[in-house]
Design a protein around this ligand. Structure first.
Ligand SMILES: [Ca+2]
Ligand SMILES: [Ca+2]
Ligand SMILES: [Ca+2]
Length: 402
């Protein structure tokens, strides 16, 4: 009895659908181009650990809309997905081509990682400081060390909870490091970079003291090879990024000094050699970096064998000034947000939001999370006897992972 009712109902439904189709056809003479969709473009399910980047490429052209439940999460041809929680997500992909649409469904299964993640730096990929008064000391260079050895030194300093400090020297000096998981871009700020900035007790201006802002780049491992590649970096647009006082694509070249040349002392007692390291930039400026009496070792990275090397990036306006007027007390002002070593570690300004990332044209990009961070000194200034303004990095961590 029940079966019979069902059959009748089905027949009626089918007839009405056919009728409807017929009516449509007679109403309009419009010929719609036939679109054939592939039967399946997604796997039945995708499995990934939490805080790992999942990339789904359905290899289909058209207007794509990716949703989980009713919220749209992406409209890109490829889905980049990262979840901070262990759960299953019902995934819907709507593909629209020439007015026709098809819905595909799948599930993303997010598991807990086998080895618990560390919220701290897990690896250092690159380290090339500019010249500076702490170079060859923090970290320490030993005769015969290669660049690979020095990257290892930087790694020994920066990895883990008990990280110690490295210096990046003057403008452009950089370090690039990564984590054992993807730091997700959640609501608000996502990671902290540790430095040695502090507020000056006698500084007249608020939020000033020893602030040596470093530019932050973030990267995500698009090609999944476990290391940062050139096309995977995005700059964090800090508070100064869009200002006219900021110089993009600033390149400085440092020339290897002859450590045995006769020094040229300056008028100040601390100026051991005011013609120590020759530099020039891509704006036609040039000069010398001074050697001071407080640091006698070479200020040029001795593991670099070339006669010169160049560093490029965004240059911020000089931020140090001589408050005393006599050269005795130099103060560096903090920029509002988005830089490393620019505010004390317990200050909100040392926390960074991945949503501030921009592409090379300055357009904000929506990154689901990041795997890598690069920091370089953003100032090309010598602050009297304090020496060059140099960003220090003393670790970093994911603000979300508990
Ligand atoms: Ca965020
Ligand atoms: Ca990569
Ligand atoms: Ca510093």
């Amino acid at each position: 009895m029940e079966r019979k009712t069902k059959h009748i109902l089905k027949t009626i439904l089918l007839s009405s659908v056919l009728l409807g189709a017929a009516a449509c056809k007679s109403d309009s003479e419009e010929v719609v181009e036939e679109v054939t969709f592939p039967a399946e473009v997604l796997k039945e399910s995708y499995t990934i650990d939490r805080l790992k980047l999942l990339m789904i490429d359905p290899k289909i052209e058209g207007k794509l809309t990716w949703s989980i439940n009713d919220s749209v999460i992406s409209d890109h041809l490829q889905l980049d997905f990262v979840s901070s929680t262990v759960q299953n997500y019902p995934l819907t992909l709507k593909v629209e081509v020439k007015g026709a649409a098809k819905i595909y469904k799948s599930t993303i299964i997010v598991n807990k990682e086998l080895t618990p993640y560390s919220k701290y730096i897990s690896n250092v990929f690159d380290f090339r400081p500019a010249t500076g008064q702490f170079i060859n000391e923090i970290p320490e260079y030993v005769n015969g060390n290669t660049e690979a050895d020095m990257i290892k030194r930087a790694k020994e300093s920066l990895v883990g909870e008990n990280a110690t400090m490295i210096t990046l020297g003057g403008f452009g000096g950089y370090v690039a490091f990564g984590f054992d998981h993807t730091i997700p871009n959640l609501e608000g700020r996502d990671f902290k970079i540790l430095g040695n900035a502090f507020w000056g007790n006698n500084a007249n201006a608020t939020r000033s003291g020893s602030c040596e802002p470093g530019i932050i780049m973030v990267g995500y491992d698009k090609n999944k090879n476990g290391k940062p590649d050139e096309d995977e970096w995005y700059e964090i647009a800090g508070s100064e990024y869009f200002k006219n006082s900021t110089t993009k694509n600033y390149t400085i070249t440092y020339f290897k000094p002859n450590e045995n040349k006769p020094p040229v002392p300056g008028s100040e007692f601390w100026q051991t050699d005011v013609e120590y390291i020759k530099w020039q930039d891509n704006f036609g400026n040039s000069g010398f970096k001074t050697k001071n009496t407080f640091h006698a070792q070479s200020y040029y990275p001795l593991w670099l064998s070339g006669a010169s090397y160049s560093l490029t990036g965004t240059r911020l306006k000089d931020n140090f000034y001589d408050q005393s007027g006599t050269g005795a007390y130099w103060v560096g002002t903090s920029y509002d947000y988005g830089y490393a070593d620019n505010a004390p570690n317990n200050d909100e300004a040392s926390n960074i939001d991945i949503s501030w990332a921009v592409d090379k044209s300055g357009n904000y990009v929506k990154l689901p999370g990041i795997d890598f961070i690069k920091v370089y000194t953003g100032i090309n200034q010598e602050a009297g006897w304090l020496g060059e303004v140099s960003t220090e990095v003393a670790g970093a961590y994911d603000l979300h992972l508990k």
